[in-house]
Write a protein that binds this ligand. Structure first.
Ligand SMILES: C[S@@+](CC[C@H](N)C(=O)[O-])C[C@H]1O[C@@H](n2cnc3c(N)ncnc32)[C@H](O)[C@@H]1O
Length: 222
């Protein structure tokens, strides 16, 4: 039998800590508005538990349903910061949007109320020192360097989604992870995020693809 560097009980306590963090993070996300599935949150949590990130950046936060689970891991790790970039503005949300139903939804929904709801929850969850919200478009947001995990889930138009990968992926650390949501977003005969996905495929190493309420993927920065 191989000598274990640590007693089994130590591994058990690490696993039970991870389980506890995950249960807490899922309980938090269930109180938030957004489109992140529990399966996706679970994978984001596992990734953050595994790589112990210092810097997480999310483009497109909405009610925090994908940002908060990752931030819960940072809090448990007692290190790292999760930046959430979102303009929370009807004008930005409908820019270049083609489909009338999408235009109508994003043109009317109360972005400010969703942002305020998230801010309250961040305090409720004790994440105020872990999450920094930046109310700005991806384009106008200040550069954030040495990103360990980048989650792109902002405006899904061809122009903006392509811009998002071009601006933010170069700021990810070598070996860092890029998560791109809605890889097959389809509006009036156009796969609007296809150009961004193609760029990711050409410039990063695709690691995984998932299908839940959307098709989304994970790439590694080369
Ligand atoms: C699909 S929602 C994000 C959902 C969230 N990540 C989740 O999993 O629940 C898209 C978000 O992108 C934001 N957004 C729109 N235009 C943007 C831009 N130019 N830069 C960054 N975010 C943008 C919207 O305000 C909206 O909150």
């Amino acid at each position: 039998m191989l000598d274990s560097p640590m007693p089994i009980s130590h591994y058990e306590s690490i696993e039970s800590k991870a389980l506890h963090v995950k249960e807490y993070a899922i309980a938090c996300m269930n109180q938030l508005q957004g489109w992140c599935s529990q399966e996706k949150a679970s994978i984001l949590i596992d990734l953050a538990l595994k790589i112990q990130p210092q810097v997480i950046v999310e483009i497109g936060v909405w009610g925090g349903k994908s940002l908060v689970p990752m931030a819960c891991v940072l809090k448990a790790n007692q290190k790292g910061i999760a930046y959430g970039i979102d303009p929370w503005s009807n004008e930005a949300s409908i820019e270049e949007v083609i489909h009338p139903d999408n235009k109508s939804y994003w043109g009317q929904v109360d972005h400010e109320a969703v942002k305020l709801g998230l801010v309250h929850k961040i305090w409720d969850f004790g994440l105020q020192d872990t999450i920094e919200l930046i109310q700005s478009t991806s384009e106008d947001a200040p550069l954030i360097y040495d990103i360990d995990i980048l989650h792109i889930d902002g405006n899904h138009s061809e122009k903006t989604s392509y811009f998002d990968v071009m601006k933010w992926v170069p700021l990810v650390k070598k070996g860092g992870f890029i998560i791109f949501d809605d890889m097959t977003w389809y509006e009036n005969g156009v796969f609007t995020t296809a150009r961004a996905v193609e760029w990711l495929n050409e410039n990063c190493m695709k690691f995984a693809e998932f299908s839940d309420i959307a098709i989304w993927g994970i790439w590694v920065k080369l």
